[in-house]
Write a protein that binds this ligand. Structure first.
Ligand code: S3P
Length: 433
């Protein structure tokens, strides 16, 4: 599939975006090892979370699908999962693979996790090291998937100082900690998303958080709850960008998660002059939620505060496009982690923006983007959903049509992206290739 985008910027509209990916994964995983039923509404029925759901079903978890985004997971309890008949396919999802490995390290059976070409090239040593320190045994292909997890190994609690700021690594260790003897704790070099801690707490597990340290005593049994998954701020970010760079639009995005460990995109867009308002802030299933209104804005280039990187880790492709639309130059630093996401996102965005006529100076862990005007052209997504969607939004204000290649992966996180952009007035079509 490829996207063809004809010039025509976003118009006034009120929309909603699909459910939060991080929360959807966790609702299924934690619901599966909880006791009783976990009712999930607003579930992201994208390929990533469906891979997590399929894995849990193949380990004997019973689920009832009420409609595309509403389901009930009947928890099997901490020790109720059964050995799967074959490999567990995590598709494109780093979150599914890393969190699942933490959970599987404590099971009584062997399991093998596989993924697509992108996932198979991603670093897993970052979870293998702490999990093996707890007593797990995890085979890999030189630190990359497939991962072979040998079951029946007693786990011991550890304290782990995360060398990289990663919610996936933190969560993998905490999930293994549920099965460990003693109190497992982690500290992180920068604050990362805390959905695991919040959901465990909502499920009745005592999670101690003090002075940047998260601690959990092993053997605590989570209890099923109702989870109302909010819209994903990382998906809303594409709509926010479209509104910011449009001539006149004012767009309302309803019911979006604004967990403070995720709101770097709002802070950075505002620092660039983005007109972003939050209304109706409220709490829902232990998470903060709001409606977001974004008006067309005069963006200006800034030096992005590296302290905000982990709070906006998935939004840098969007921010590269915002920087290209800003006056002056925008400096990104401390973003080396982007090189090991679904693609090398620094290289992918630099090449896409250059193709559209923007100057980008790239360094190992950063970039300088010089504001300019987009021309038309054909750009690669490198099979990365967020690169595809960011460049598609750039196309809405380009001087000529933009074709974005290799866009199938958009289905991993944002089913209905093309249709939603259409509702917003963009002239985008998905074309089979
Ligand atoms: C996620 C954590 C982030 C993020 C990913 C989702 C999660 O990865 O990039 O899309 O749900 O825990 P890292 O924590 O590895 O940076």
């Amino acid at each position: 599939m490829q996207f063809v985008v004809h010039p025509g910027s976003v118009q006034d509209a009120a929309v909603a975006v699909p459910g939060d990916k991080s929360i959807s994964h966790r609702a299924v995983m934690l619901g599966s090892v909880a006791t009783g039923a976990t009712h999930i509404s607003g579930f992201l029925n994208g390929e990533d979370c469906l891979a997590t759901l399929a894995a849990m079903k193949s380990m004997g978890v019973r689920t009832e699908q009420h409609d595309a985004t509403t389901l009930t997971v009947h928890g099997a309890g901490l020790h109720g999962l059964q050995a799967p008949a074959g490999d567990l396919d995590m598709g494109n999802s780093g979150t599914a693979m890393r969190l699942m490995t933490g959970l599987l390290a404590g099971q009584g059976f062997d399991s093998r996790l596989v993924g697509d070409a992108s996932l198979t090239s991603r670093p897993m040593r970052r979870i293998i090291t702490p999990l093996e320190a707890m007593g797990a045994s995890i085979g890999s292909r030189d630190g990359r998937p497939p991962l072979e997890i040998r079951g029946g190994r007693p786990l011991q609690a550890i304290h782990y100082d995360l060398p990289v700021a990663s919610a996936q690594v933190k969560s993998a260790v905490l999930l293994a900690g549920l099965y460990a003897d003693g109190v497992t704790s982690v500290t992180e070099p920068a604050v990362t998303r805390d959905h695991t801690e919040r959901m465990l707490t909502a499920m009745g597990v005592a999670v101690r958080r003090q002075d940047g340290r998260v601690a959990i005593a092993g053997g605590q049994q989570p209890a099923g709850i109702s989870v109302e998954v909010p819209g994903d701020l990382s998906s809303a970010a594409f709509v926010m960008l479209g509104a910011c760079i449009s001539d006149t639009a004012s767009v309302l995005i309803r019911n979006v998660g604004i967990n403070p460990t995720r709101t770097g995109i709002i802070d950075i867009l505002r620092a660039m002059g983005g007109n972003v308002e939050l209304t109706h802030s409220r709490e829902q299933s232990g998470e903060l939620v709001a409606d977001i209104r974004v008006h067309s804005s005069e963006l200006v280039g800034i030096d992005i505060d590296p302290a905000l990187v982990s709070l906006a880790i998935d939004e840098f492709p969007v921010l590269f496009v915002a920087a290209a639309c800003a006056s002056g130059k925008t400096t990104f630093s401390g973003i080396g982690e982007l090189r090991v996401k679904e693609s090398d996102r620094i290289a992918a965005m630099a090449s896409g923006l250059r193709e559209l006529g923007i100057r980008v100076d790239e360094s190992e862990d950063g970039a300088v983007v010089h504001g300019g005007q987009f021309g038309g052209g054909t750009v690669q997504s490198y099979g990365d959903h967020r690169i595809a969607m960011s460049l598609a939004v750039a196309g809405t204000i380009a001087g000529a049509p933009v074709t974005v290649r290799d866009t199938d992966a958009v289905a991993t996180s944002f089913p209905g992206f093309v249709e939603l952009l259409g509702v917003l007035g963009a002239r985008i079509t998905a074309v089979a290739t």
